[in-house]
Design a binder for this molecule. Structure first.
Ligand code: ADP
Length: 435
């Protein structure tokens, strides 16, 4: 109400009172005249209020307000304009929401909004084709009931969404999907699902190719290595000048065989997500044999290799896979630690799970190399590796085996002082009963 209306209202009231006083003057009853005048005014005001109430409660969206007189007419118009403005703002907001919904609905990637309990709130069309969600029946259902892959349930409940998860689509085994979960707002989840079948197929082709080549190369290499050995045994009869060349050929042949074996093992590890076995593996006994092998490998180099293993702590998983992972770590320590160095193997269990650490007093590794160490063929310095005849695949194998056993590898090292490689396994992976 502006200043004008204040003045008009006061003028009207003054006029009313003047009229009442005039009435009083004529009739001689001032009191009654005032009462009647004010009562009439009150009645008229109440009537306008009722009209406003009726209009507010029953009017159709675009229906104009009833005609009002004076101040009430102004009030009707102001309310009507406020309503129109509100409608326009709502219309604009709805248009924005519609456009966002239309564009996300048209996306080829699935977008799913989940509430803080993981129940479905909203999803686009692609979610129906990639995950088989049904509109509207699935609204409000728990996502873990609809995407029933065990790895998804585990991933969703672990609430660590730093890395995306890749699983087969629940409605079509041949489709491979990648899920990315982001938390927003009040612990709600936004889940993005992409079809990565093509990338997966290419990856699969690469793996198959490497596995097939490695497999095919094995037989010819075995034959060549066999003949080289025979030639080496009889080198004096053939030509003694060839002894050195034959020795080197045989050495490199063995290296190639080791490389092929590691490539095949990696291909096997990559083929599935879970270990080939899930039996309790008595780690203490395994470490004893690895220690004995390490001592044999170390030979005359006078390295001290100690083992402290907590007895009776077993790991669920595949014995052969765990053996190759642990022996890779211990043999690396033997290979890279100087003569008379110390190597300490420890195996223990605590409230977080079970842990294996292999500590050495070797040359150590510069911090910049640590994040890349488990990449295939990554070497800190090539001269160090060629001296030791490593394949460059050892730590990649360790990483894969640990992943399959839900473990992780931690590497710490101080240049010139040695390195520590620690495998951490969660408590769920520790077998309760020793074999
Ligand atoms: P390799 O077969 O060459 O040993 P790995 O994957 O086992 O390949 O190791 C990768 C690189 O990490 C090695 O080339 C080596 O430079 C470094 N490395 C691994 N273990 C140790 C260790 N205990 N001390 C120092 N360097 C190490």
């Amino acid at each position: 109400m502006n200043q004008n209306w204040h003045a008009t209202l006061i003028r009207h009231l003054l006029l009313l009172i003047t009229l009442c006083l005039l009435g009083g003057l004529i009739s001689g009853h001032y009191g009654w005249s005032l009462t009647v005048g004010l009562a009439l005014y009150l009645g008229w005001t109440l009537k306008q209020l009722l009209r406003l109430h009726d209009w507010l409660s029953h009017h159709k969206p675009d229906e104009a307000p009833p005609d009002g007189y004076g101040l009430w007419g102004e009030v009707f118009d102001s309310i009507y304009h406020l309503q129109r403005r509100d409608q326009r703002v709502r219309g604009r907001l709805q248009a924005v929401i519609d456009r966002v919904q239309e564009s996300t609905a048209a996306l080829r990637d699935a977008v799913i909004m989940l509430d803080s309990d993981g129940n479905l709130e909203w999803w686009n069309r692609a979610a129906e084709t990639l995950l088989g969600l049904k509109t509207p029946q699935d609204g409000g259902q728990a996502v873990t009931n609809l995407v029933r892959h065990p790895r998804f349930k585990e991933y969703f409940e672990a609430e660590n969404y730093a890395e995306p998860l890749e699983i087969p689509s629940p409605i079509n085994d041949r489709l491979r999907i990648q899920l990315n979960i982001t938390r927003y707002g009040n612990n709600e989840h936004l889940m993005l699902v992409r079809d990565v079948t093509r990338i997966h197929q290419l990856e699969q082709m690469r793996k198959d190719f490497v596995a097939n080549v490695s497999h095919e190369l094995r037989t010819p290499l075995t034959v060549i290595a066999g003949y080289l050995e025979t030639l080496l045994d009889n080198v004096d009869e053939v030509n003694p000048r060839w002894a050195r060349a034959l020795q080197q050929m045989s050495q490199q042949g063995s290296r190639m065989q080791a490389l092929l074996n590691d490539l095949l093992l990696l291909a096997k590890l990559e083929a599935t997500d879970y270990p080939s076995d899930n039996q309790p593996v008595p780690v203490e006994a395994m470490l004893k044999t690895i220690q004995a092998d390490a001592l044999a490998l170390s030979g005359p180099r006078q390295q001290r290799i100690s083992l402290e293993a907590q007895p009776g702590v077993s790991l669920k998983g595949s014995e052969s896979e765990l053996r190759s992972a642990f022996s890779n770590l211990v043999f690396n320590a033997v290979k890279y630690t100087q003569d008379a160095g110390d190597i300490r193997i420890r195996w223990w269990r605590d409230e977080h799970g079970a842990h294996l650490s292999v500590q050495d007093t070797g040359p150590g590794i510069e911090a910049k190399h640590l994040p890349r160490l488990t990449e295939r063929f990554y070497r800190v310095d090539s001269s160090r590796a060629s001296n030791t005849g490593g394949t460059g695949l050892g730590l990649a194998i360790v990483k894969h085996v640990l992943l399959r056993h839900r473990g992780r590898l931690e590497i710490s090292s101080v240049l010139g002082h040695g390195s520590t490689f620690t495998c951490h396994f969660p408590a769920s992976q520790v077998a309760t009963r020793a074999r």
